[in-house]
Ligand binder design. Sequence first.
Ligand SMILES: Nc1ncnc2c1ncn2[C@@H]1O[C@H](COP(=O)(O)OP(=O)(O)OP(=O)(O)O)[C@@H](O)[C@H]1O
Length: 251
Amino acid sequence: MTDHPVLSLEHVGLRIGGARILNDVSLDVPAGEMLGVIGPNGAGKTTLFNVVSGIIRPTEGRVLLDGQDVSHVAIHHRAAAGLGRTFQTSSLFQALSVVENVRMVAQAHAGGATSVFRTPRRTDAATTRALETLAEVGLEHRADAVASGLSHGEKRKLEIAMLIAMEPKVILLDEPMAGVGSADVPALTEVIRGLHRGGRTVLMVEHHMEVVLGLVDRVAVMHHGELLAVDTPEAVMANPAVQSAYLGEAV
Ligand SMILES: Nc1ncnc2c1ncn2[C@@H]1O[C@H](COP(=O)(O)OP(=O)(O)OP(=O)(O)O)[C@@H](O)[C@H]1O
């Protein structure tokens, strides 16, 4: 057990030109927590994820990963330090099979060379790890399918499997339900619930409010680049400031 939060934001701010995109965002995420990040359109949720994952550097404040200041650490080094992220757009190797996608990541994580030209043997350690990870997200029956042929929901599961194979300290899920048909939402929700049950630390931006509120321990509400509230789903929904921020939008 660590005695510090796995992820801390300390007075994080971002100014671009004259615009203040993020303002004084402070947040501690303890190990094993699942935190939802919600807020009206343009509130700063994606920008906050970009600052945490290293795509954008904050102009004020610090981002600490497992107690280490990573505010100015480049994105790939931050990923190696334990920040795993999915994107709204798919980041799969579309021409490779499902198991090859996960095996590449598992091999890289284990420090081995990643070659798509090597035929995976069912016995090698990276392939075994890949198949275990696929089982965890319920995709083992699709191991030999080509990634481009998967449904949206299956692609999201595969992306999550690839994250699991990296064994990150913190997982950032950026709108995991975006583009997923309503029939696939319950199964994907269960995969995300499984991440939480496995003790992983997860931050999730998601517009699908029912999904967020049913999954997370706490909800962080962004509004005009600021953190309006961080609390349990029940307390956040009963918060008059949150209700007023969402006026005109369905909560
Ligand atoms: N590089 C940039 N330059 C100027 N303004 C930006 C930049 N990036 C984001 N913004 C502005 O910052 C605000 C926050 O954008 P962001 O995409 O983070 O919001 P969001 O909460 O993720 O919105 P949505 O729910 O619509 O995805 C918006 O007003 C956006 O126009």
